[in-house]
Design a protein around this ligand. Structure first.
Ligand code: SF4
Length: 702
């Protein structure tokens, strides 16, 4: 059976086979346009995560207070109690006393249902997703520059490009199949160049023609300097700027404020390298920029995004084959979730909760018994703050593990202990969050339920149910619609299939920029994948819209792209004599998120079996630290204890911790987020995971 990988946003096609003994095998789907048969190590071992049932949640469980053990209960008992508690809080404290925290691993239909329930029927916008932690700066960047959260390019642009600028991303490890396409294209076309901008010398940097190991937090300074050189070199597209973009004059003034020499000094790279980047952009025919968390996970993440998108707008390199800004997504359905409005500030089809017309459209479509709230709800980090202050009483966590993934995670632990009511809906008890639950709801895993996902190039794929879920585990969609019925909303949540949910969601996109009224489960089964937009009647349009803005008509009110003049200061947590190093966190090749899936697979654990701290030899030497010694990373919030890996792959003054490990090992002390800070970008509310002030000392047993 054909399905889609449930790890990263590349969205590779997979063929799953079940042998007569029930054993599953997976292989890359040669027909799938995204991966053309290739799979990375995580995808190749995906079947083991389903076959290992040892830690699966099999039955609903609940307890009346946290000092009691969990007891197996029926679905009706678990949902009746949850509905009773939610109704009591809503009646007593208002609809904003409850919240849902969901995941970029949820399928589109699941996102749609939770969003509909809380925004349209409970009357609160308190739904946010762990995609807030990885994509929200790109969302705001696209919206400000292009008018909407719309990735303009597609993977086929890789084979049309001759210059790749990879900034704050390590696709060689984190989006391996895309990277293999880039490498194959470069191998066949020696003129193709790759630039990597990253404070770390990653595998991506090692395979690039030019690596700029900039100081953390200086991306805007660098991108402004590149913009200045493009202007000075005459490598801008005046025709595009004049006819299709606003803001160039103020941008021009801004980028001229700093000389290239000064920018090089701030960024810690050579003037010559900055000039080379500008020259290569100027000479290229196809300029594709790719980025992820290095730009997004920043207290100035939106401006970092805009500074890179600006380079495309001043050169007119957008909407043309092989050209455009391309934010890569870390989760399989980060984009699908955003489409359905699964963020605290948006409504389905990229509508806005603060827009009265948009609210009215959605209220009418859903026939809501309450008005949709006109202010954004609590975002991911705000939810846990509100649990700590007591304004939020109940949280329902679906398929995500905030006890490992949130910044300054000790405050999240305190919040979950303080919460009056916690529901955890998940596949296995590997999620560290399960221990804080009052009610645990067992969810069906990948291959055990059907639905759709949208990958990083706007490509919607249908995922069939291949095997039965164990025990009493249910598809997440069914759990949500059953709960909505218990809340008294039977008439609006009386679905009998996931396809019905999808059809309803497709209808609400009518007339919007992401119109998918022509898409259905049935059509997806025939066509395999479709790129949105794909309106009704587009059936003959192959697999949908490959590229946006080919007509230079942007989604802004006046149809013109917006170039932004950007201040270049970084407002991250300052370093000082107590905490003189900058810590950045990130992924390793064979693990994914908090290891609730990949941690089950022996082969994947072999790659890097333990967490580590990468530190530069100069910083290790002055601290008397040798390779493989146990060190303690300390910040203003907590500590982490791991072995040192001394390496020139990080700049002096910078150290790196992988973000995957949780509290199951070493009594919490492997958890990178013990030390990260909770600062967020003021517009995207995305945390500053890439910049925390820390110190590192040799650990000595007390
Ligand atoms: Fe899965 Fe991403 Fe690997 Fe493709 S690149 S197989 S989507 S983890």
């Amino acid at each position: 059976m054909q399905t889609t990988c449930c790890y990263c946003g590349v969205g590779c096609g997979i063929v799953v086979k079940q042998e007569s003994n029930g054993r599953l095998t997976v292989e890359g789907d040669k027909q799938h346009p995204s991966n053309r048969g290739m799979l990375c190590s995580k995808g190749m071992n995906l079947h083991y995560t389903v076959m290992d049932q040892s830690d699966r949640l099999l039955y609903p469980q609940m307890r009346l207070n946290r000092s009691m053990p969990m007891q197996r209960v029926s679905w009706d008992s678990a949902l009746d109690r949850t509905a009773a508690v939610f109704k009591t809080f809503i009646e007593k404290f208002g609809p904003d006393s409850v919240a849902f925290y969901v995941s970029g691993q949820c399928l589109t239909e699941e996102y749609y249902l939770v969003n509909k329930l809380i925004k349209g029927f409970i009357g609160s916008n308190n739904i946010d997703t762990n995609s807030r932690l990885c994509m929200s700066s790109a969302v705001v960047g696209y919206k400000l520059a292009l008018g909407e959260d719309s990735v303009p390019v597609c993977y086929d642009d890789i084979e049309e490009a001759d210059l790749f600028l990879v900034q704050g991303a390590n696709p060689a490890w984190c989006h391996p199949i895309l990277w293999r396409r880039i490498e194959a294209h470069k191998a066949a076309n020696p003129n193709v160049k790759i630039i990597c901008i990253d404070p770390r010398r990653t595998d991506t940097a090692r395979s690039s023609d030019l690596h700029l190991p900039i100081r953390p937090g200086t991306d805007i300074v660098l991108n402004n300097a590149i913009g200045r050189l493009l202007i000075e070199n005459g490598d801008i597209d005046l025709d595009f700027i004049t006819n299709h973009a606003d803001g160039f004059t103020t941008y021009h003034t801004q980028v001229m404020l700093r000389s290239v020499e000064e920018a090089a000094e701030i960024c810690g790279v050579s003037v010559e390298d900055i000039r080379t980047v500008a020259d290569w952009i100027g000479r290229s025919k196809g300029f594709l920029s790719l980025w992820t968390m290095g730009l997004n996970q920043s207290v100035v993440g939106v401006n970092k995004n805009l500074s890179l998108i600006n380079l495309h707008l001043i050169t007119g390199r957008i909407g043309k084959p092989g050209n455009g800004p391309f934010s890569l997504t870390g989760q399989p359905n980060a984009m699908g979730g955003r489409e359905t409005g699964g963020l605290a500030n948006v409504l389905p089809a990229h509508r806005d909760v603060t827009n009265a017309d948009h609210r009215a459209e959605v209220e009418a479509f859903w026939n809501t018994p309450v008005r949709i709230a006109d202010k954004p709800g609590l975002t991911a980090t705000e939810m846990f703050d509100a649990l700590n202050t007591g304004t939020l009483k109940a949280i329902w966590i679906i398929n995500t593990n905030p006890m490992v993934s949130m910044p300054d995670v000790n405050t999240v632990e305190a919040a979950l202990k303080k919460a009056r009511f916690v529901v955890v809906q998940d596949v296995s008890n590997r999620a560290d969050t399960v221990q804080f639950a009052d009610v645990v709801l067992p969810a069906a895993a990948w291959l055990e339920k059907e639905g759709t996902m949208t990958n990083a190039e706007r490509r919607i794929a249908y995922l069939p149910k291949v095997i039965d879920a164990p025990g009493e585990a249910l598809p997440d969609s069914e759990i949500i619609w059953r709960f909505a019925q218990k809340m008294g909303f039977e008439a609006n949540f009386s679905y009998t299939s996931v396809a019905e949910v999808y059809d309803e969601y497709a209808k609400i996109t009518a007339g919007t920029n992401i119109d998918i009224t022509g898409v259905s489960h049935e059509l997806l089964k025939q066509k395999r994948t479709i790129q949105w937009p794909f309106p009704q009647g587009a059936g003959s349009a192959g697999q949908g819209t490959k590229r946006l803005f080919s007509d230079n008509q942007f989604y802004t009110a006046n149809g013109r792209a917006q170039i932004h003049a950007l201040p270049d200061e970084n407002t991250s947590e300052p370093t000082d004599s107590d905490f003189p190093l900058v810590l950045t966190t990130g992924r390793i090749r064979d693990q994914w998120h908090t290891m609730t899936k990949t941690g089950r697979v022996a082969k994947l654990n072999q790659h890097i079996p333990q967490p580590f701290l990468q530190i530069h030899p100069d910083d290790a030497r002055i601290r008397g630290i040798q390779d493989e010694q146990l060190v303690e990373v300390r910040s203003r919030r907590g500590e982490v204890r791991v072995k040192a890996q001394i390496s020139e792959d990080v700049r002096p003054g910078l150290c790196f911790l992988p973000m995957h490990w949780g509290k199951r090992l070493n009594n919490n002390l492997n958890r990178a987020n013990n030390v990260t800070n909770a600062l967020v970008d003021p517009r995207s509310k995305e945390p500053d995971f890439k910049f925390s002030a820390v110190d590192v000392v040799l650990y000595r047993k007390p």
